[in-house]
Ligand binder design. Sequence first.
Ligand SMILES: Nc1ncnc2c1ncn2[C@@H]1O[C@H](COP(=O)(O)OP(=O)(O)O)[C@@H](O)[C@H]1O
Ligand SMILES: [Mg+2]
Length: 219
Amino acid sequence: MIVACWSVKGGVGTTVVAAGTALSLVERSARPVLLVDLAGDLPSCLGIAEPAGPGVAEWSGAGSDVPADALDRLTVAAAPGVDLLPRGGGSIDAARAELLVQLLASSGRVVVVDCGSLPAVTGGAPAVVASQAERSVLVVRPCLLGLRRAVEAPLRPSGVVVVREPGRALTAADVASVVGAPVLAELAVDPAVARAVDAGLFAARLPRGFATAVRRVAA
Ligand SMILES: Nc1ncnc2c1ncn2[C@@H]1O[C@H](COP(=O)(O)OP(=O)(O)O)[C@@H](O)[C@H]1O
Ligand SMILES: [Mg+2]
């Protein structure tokens, strides 16, 4: 199964949700998970060194004669049971995005992709992956400006993760009805999450409440 996490605005928590979903899945099912980075922030979020080698971007530019196991060879260990396919450098060729989805789908693993913030126009490799993934998860805060963009987004999610902030008038149910997709998880803005990420300890000490809350994202 491919779970693609994306947003319509930066800074809402998409990378944290993608990483937390992968980590919590391994914790409770012991099934190996592949985390795919199309946005570039997963190493920092997981508290691991920036991979020095090539990644998805270089693979996408390498043409069709790369060996079938080329993607596997690019992965690095990120946490027990979690491998990371790094983003690499340069642009990701959208023409290779469908093949990327096919290869990831046939990997036999649960694959969680951080597609980052998608542009308002169609196209681009992350948008192709987000539109073709079995589960397409929009991460959004319950705010009018974010919801406006979500409605105008070039693709519809199959589920929504709502990152709740104190003082907001809109509820998760409002978000679900405006976006037209069920709420898979409702997360609080939790200082323990921000501190763990900033300290490079998110993978090593996944905050308990967060791990429980993201359970249904890949269930
Ligand atoms: N649930 C949360 N609680 C507290 N801080 C969070 C939460 N989710 C994300 N953050 C923090 O917010 C910032 C942006 O998160 P990030 O996942 O990088 O957003 P995005 O990928 O949507 O740009 C980071 O500093 C992160 O640690
Ligand atoms: Mg991000």
